[in-house]
Write a protein that binds this ligand. Structure first.
Ligand code: WT7
Length: 658
């Protein structure tokens, strides 16, 4: 790891030039100068309670304001805006109806080119009606509803309908397998799954319904499966109660009933469920992500604190205003899609653009055509996508009219200076500020970035801590390292939009994030701060790898592999990849008499894809006689990584088993 750190630091040293904010943008910016930013930031951390209170009062609509801004109940139970009551769907929809009823809230393009759009009023009406439909099925405040739907407007509608009732949504990315979906439903204690018959990706139908049914075989507590019909299903059969059933239970074989999404909506025709005011700390959603152990963790977010983070960062980092159409290319099944594909922009009353399919379908110019066609103003994407665009033809954006764009954003991994410049010059025409944003599923919203118009960018650096956020780069003992040195990135105090717990395992929350370096939130990332205070993220310091901005736990893959009957021992490592950032490579020693051939390899790859999802497909499975270990029996992953990246085994091998 030390070696990886040194080489990435060297690359960055060379690139520490500051790109000042584009003048035309700066002239109209919310904050006019770097010194205005520093002053406001200092004030926001020195008087942080006053800062959060002011922003929460200004940016959110409350049914009842809070009594206490922050309560530390001990054992890392942090409560923000205690005593306050509000509703997230009200904040994203109803409150905009006075001035924005006929403004577009959501604009959608399907992979086949079809378009749908919804005004704030239309979206509110659908959300309120669907919420009524869910309530009629017994969904109430505090319940957990799992969503496995793909990128369709009905996903947004369903998420907001859950929020309207005070039920927590648990969105599962449509690339996950039946096994992963089932595990997430079970762990979240969710009694209802909402899916679609299919979704479309690269022209192919993904059979969400079949996967959902398979998943539910491991979920005895799920009572109902609601299905959005997209593929032109045959007419619905009727049950004895008169309600339509998509697939009537056959001989009592399944423990859950099936009903249709459209019917759920239809049955509530003419009715609107009011937005239920919930306490600030009511869970808004959970989202499962990979950690450094085998089991994915359910990251739980609150209503008030999370919504404040989403709204605040949209305002300052994305400079969002009423005329913006925001496109966040992340799937809504990830946190980026939650915060910037839905809650943040809608809460501010901006329009969001949602695209169903793959960015490269039918070709790599789809993205530029969509920006031109819909006059999108903010384009937020991941470096892995940018690298693919460059590879497919670095000049292609120039062939399109991208003049509607006014701000660019990057997220998910470090943006290399070369890629930064390409994005800034070729896509943004040097007129759009480019904000890098460092954050995590756990942090809820952006934590480190540059305030566009006020703060210049250093390509490759994520920027400064945002308002109210204080961070440090520390050594193993928790002491701050000198400026310019590398260390662990920690956040030195709680903030309103941070996760509240890991579903069902509060102790793991404490141990993973708050006990590594007492008193601080441990991010799991290496970083360094330069002399100007800019933060440079240097990658993970745990067993999490980042493949095309998707988080994969190498421990999760290892524990799966060793559970396979053909496998004796296994190790999984992340190896550098020019396009995807990292790739997964597995080293496997097989059980006696199992042949190390391509059919065994294919079987193991298919097993990982089946268990996690296709995005976790290893680039390679290498068969080895035995794995390199220390005397105490720990697998030496560093050696495997060196081997995978084509280097001679490096470093101290003295503890290696001979
Ligand atoms: C990890 C979090 C919420 C963002 C999407 C991914 C890495 C994220 C950056 C960035 C360098 C970044 C970190 C972080 N990461 N953004 N701008 N520069 N690294 O969320 O799946 O929870 O992953 O992604 O390593 O810890 P996530």
């Amino acid at each position: 790891m030390a070696e990886t750190l040194r080489s990435s630091a060297q690359t960055m040293m060379a690139a520490e030039q500051i790109i000042p904010p584009p003048p035309a943008f700066a002239a109209q910016a919310l904050l006019g100068s770097h010194s205005a930013f520093v002053k406001r930031w200092q004030d926001s951390v020195e008087n942080s309670e006053a800062f959060w209170a002011e922003e929460a009062a200004e940016l959110l609509s409350w049914e009842k304001t809070w009594d206490q801004l922050f309560v530390d109940q001990g054992e890392c139970r942090f409560h923000w805006f205690s005593g306050g009551m509000l509703n997230a769907s009200y904040n994203c929809l109803d409150r905009h109806l006075t001035s924005r009823a006929h403004k577009t809230a959501l604009l959608w393009e399907g992979e086949d080119g079809s378009e749908r759009s919804f005004t704030f009023r239309e979206l509110r009406d659908l959300v309120a009606q669907f919420a009524q439909g869910l309530a009629a099925k017994g969904v109430k405040q505090g319940d957990v509803v799992t969503l496995y739907m793909g990128m369709v407007p009905e996903l947004t509608i369903t998420m907001l309908a859950c929020a309207r009732l005070g039920a927590a949504h648990n969105v599962v990315f449509a690339g996950f397998s039946a096994e992963s979906l089932g595990a997430r439903i079970g762990d979240a204690n969710s009694a209802l799954l909402i899916t679609a018959d299919v979704c479309y990706r690269r022209g192919k139908e993904i059979p969400l319904l079949a996967i959902s049914r398979e998943a539910l075989q491991q979920c005895p507590d799920v009572r109902e499966l609601i299905i959005l019909e997209r593929a032109g299903s045959p007419p619905l059969p009727q049950s004895s109660s008169g309600e339509h059933l998509l697939f009537p239970p056959q001989g009592g074989a399944s423990h859950f009933r099936e009903s249709s999404w459209q019917e759920t909506l239809e049955l509530a025709k003419g009715q609107q469920h009011p937005a239920v005011a919930v306490p600030s700390e009511q869970p808004l959603f959970m989202l499962y992500t990979s950690g450094s152990t085998g089991k994915p963790k359910g990251i739980l977010h609150s209503t008030a604190g999370y919504l404040l983070g989403a709204t605040l960062s949209c305002r300052y980092v994305f400079d969002l205003n009423d005329r913006d159409i925001f496109w966040c290319t992340a799937d809504q099944g990830w946190i980026t899609g939650h915060t910037y594909g839905l809650y943040g922009p809608l809460s501010l009353g901006a329009s969001v653009f949602m695209y169903e399919g793959a960015l490269d379908f039918p070709d790599w110019e789809r993205v530029w055509r969509m920006i031109t066609r819909h006059r999108l103003t903010i384009f937020y994407t991941a470096p892995t996508a940018l690298r693919a665009f460059i590879k497919q033809g670095p000049d292609r954006p120039r062939a399109h009219d991208l003049s509607s764009l006014r701000l660019l954003g990057s997220v998910g991994e470090m943006i290399n200076p070369r890629v930064w410049h390409w994005f800034y010059h070729t896509v943004g025409g040097e007129r759009c500020p480019l904000v890098d944003t460092w954050w995590q599923t756990e942090t809820g919203a952006a934590m480190v970035s540059t305030i566009p118009g006020a703060v210049g960018s250093k390509p490759g650096s994520a920027g400064y801590p945002l308002f109210g956020i204080d961070l440090q780069v520390v050594d193993e003992n928790g002491s701050e390292v000198a400026r310019g040195s590398q260390g662990y990135l920690v956040i030195t105090r709680p903030w309103p939009y941070m996760m509240r717990t890991i579903v069902g395992d509060h102790q793991r929350f404490i141990d993973t994030y708050w006990r590594q370096l007492p008193g601080c939130y441990f991010t799991g990332d290496f970083a360094r701060r330069d002399a100007d205070g800019y933060v440079w993220i240097l990658g993970r310091c745990d067993d999490v790898i980042n493949v095309s901005a998707h988080r994969i736990s190498t421990m999760e893959v290892e524990s799966l592999l060793v559970a396979h009957p053909l496998v004796a021992e296994a190790a999984a490592v992340g190896v550098r990849d020019a396009l995807t950032g990292q790739q997964l490579q597995c080293f496997v020693s097989l059980q006696p008499r199992v042949s190390a051939d391509s059919s065994t390899r294919e079987a193991l790859i298919a097993y990982i894809v089946r268990s996690i999802g296709s995005f976790a497909r290893p680039r390679e499975v290498v068969f080895v006689e035995s794995l390199p270990k220390t005397r105490s029996g720990k697998i030496m992953r560093r050696i495997l990584r060196d081997k995978a990246e084509g280097r001679e085994a490096s470093g101290d091998l003295s503890t290696l088993e001979s």
